[in-house]
Design a protein around this ligand. Structure first.
Ligand code: BES
Ligand code: MG
Ligand code: ZN
Length: 492
């Protein structure tokens, strides 16, 4: 899809989107062809349409035998408009145009919007590319229709900024789409090995280095918590290590990104219900976010050092699968009593976090994981839960979230709940009981971060959508890619 900026609307257009605020006086808008402005004004009056926030109206305009589709998009009160809200309404209006089979869209920005040019270009790219996404590779009669071009018509002196934004937004969107594709891929196709191969392909394409560690070596380095979860599956586990060193002069300053990479989670012997299992191919959403973010930061050539770690495996049942009651010695040396084989993510993450800190010497670590049903219960499917031991760093993640539109909400990491994950016979147990499940899962992970700055992002609710809307399509959202990339960009 081509997105560019032009100065003036041509006389005949396939589709024109008019973006404006309440009280729009279209006759005053010098760039709008007069007949079009007249028809639009007539329509606005007849329908008492007033460019309320997010409101979309469509009609046809006939001019010397040429018919154009006209779509009105309201921004509401400019004082209440943010970049994130703007992204959502742009995504919705572009989806509307796409459903009307618009190939070439002219986006007419009717007033000086309160979003700067670079950011506008960025969110427009994201809105256009992400709202057009569809996972249709397995549909025999896939009817792929894509918008070919969006021409922005706005009153800007210098198109340099908006063009830069368009380019950046494209990188953010394409990395998000990479993550969506991985998450949407079913578990019979996306095995741990296939996930490692996909990461290798991304490494080659976007320019970061990669190493994949297989079973024998994983045993040698004693990643036994990770291996315990992987044991029940015929598909061998893979530890994926992705390195991007963009600030070699600061080579000890490394941020670690650890993504949960369960290519399938049946629950193991504590087996899930069919309903609980149906979406468990998405239990590698955290790893997809990490692979996507690595791709984005490498493409953007950020001057930072980042190492991404994914402990990829499958939680299955077999004569050799791990059981409840088992006591496992994690790579860190801490022993864990298994209370529930379905609380497997934290076991794989404990070893992956330890690996990042001890072997890769990262200075700080973010883990991102489809970790708990409790996070879904607490915050639903639009807000990810976060916990931290470093408030200042989380404040920066909040800023990244304000920009990316991927909402987060902090859960308390109070020490009072630590005793819920204490075991009588091991250092820790992997479940803290029926209460505060999102918090106790986070506190469990905190035990492995060696007091380094740490943020935990629970995306169990946000990795998947059942309904399209805004930048999201049905299925995987690719949540975390743009959030992490925005955060890391701010840490350059
Ligand atoms: N992968 C699940 C969490 C999950 C639930 C992700 C719903 C997406 C949607 C995780 O491994 C899990 O099973 N967690 C258990 C933990 C419990 C046994 C302590 C849960 O939340 O039920
Ligand atoms: Mg589970
Ligand atoms: Zn899981």
């Amino acid at each position: 899809m081509k997105i560019d900026v032009i100065r003036k609307l041509p006389e005949h257009m396939d589709t024109v989107i008019i973006l404006h605020k309440p009280g729009a006086d279209l006759e005053q808008v010098e760039y709008l062809p007069e007949p079009l402005a007249k028809t639009a004004l007539g329509f606005i009056e007849a329908e008492s349409y007033d460019f309320a926030f997010g409101e979309i109206k469509t009609f046809h305009h006939l001019c010397s035998k040429h018919s154009s589709k006209v779509i009105l998009l309201g921004t509401g009160d400019p004082d209440k408009l943010t970049a994130s809200k703007m992204r959502t309404i742009l995504a919705n209006v572009i989806r509307t145009a796409q459903k009307m089979k618009s190939k070439n869209i002219y986006l007419f920005v009717g007033y000086e919007i309160p979003v700067n040019d670079t950011i506008f270009g960025h969110i427009l790219s994201e809105a256009a590319l992400l709202s057009s996404y569809k996972f249709d590779k397995y549909l025999s009669d896939a009817k792929a229709f894509t918008v070919e071009s969006i021409h922005v018509v706005m009153n800007t002196k210098n198109t340099r900024h908006i063009n830069r934004g368009i380019l950046e937004g494209k990188i953010f969107a394409e990395s998000t789409i990479l993550a969506r594709d991985l998450v949407n891929e079913p578990a019979n196709v996306l095995t741990p090995e296939a996930l490692a191969e996909a990461a290798k392909k991304a490494a080659l394409q976007y320019g970061f280095s990669i190493e994949v560690i297989s079973l024998d070596k994983l045993k040698r380095i004693k990643m036994d918590a990770f291996l315990a979860v992987a044991r029940g599956s015929k598909h061998e586990p893979k530890l994926i290590i992705m390195r991007y060193l963009g600030a070699p002069e600061n080579k000890h300053d490394i941020t670690g990104l650890v993504g949960k990479g369960l290519t399938y989670d049946s629950g193991g012997y504590c087996i899930k219900t069919p309903q609980g299992m149906v979406n468990m191919k998405n239990d590698m959403g955290g790893s997809a976010a990490v692979i996507g973010a690595m791709s984005a930061i490498a493409t953007l050539k950020l001057k930072i050092n980042v190492i991404g770690i994914v402990a990829a495996c499958e939680n299955m049942i077999s004569g050799d699968a791990y059981r409840t009651g088992d006591i496992i010695r994690s790579m860190s040396g801490k022993t864990i009593e298994v209370i529930n084989t379905d609380a497997e993510g934290r076991l794989t993450l404990a070893d992956a976090i330890h690996y990042a800190l001890e072997r890769e010497k990262v200075e700080r670590v973010i883990d991102i994981a489809t970790l708990t049903g409790a996070a879904v219960g607490a915050l639903g499917n639009q807000i990810s839960a976060v916990l931290t031991n470093d408030q200042a760093w989380l404040d920066r993640l909040q800023q990244a979230s304000d920009f990316s539109g991927e909402l987060i909400w902090q859960m308390p990491a109070h020490d009072e709940y630590k005793e819920m994950i204490k075991s009588e016979i091991a250092d820790l147990k992997n479940v803290g009981g029926p209460m505060a499940g999102c918090i106790t899962a986070g506190l469990f992970l905190r035990e492995f971060v060696m007091d380094k700055p740490w943020i935990h992002i629970d995306i169990a609710g946000t990795a998947l959508r059942e309904k399209e809307g805004g930048v999201n399509a049905y299925g995987a959202t690719g949540v975390g890619v743009r959030l992490l990339t925005s955060l890391l960009r701010g840490m350059e």
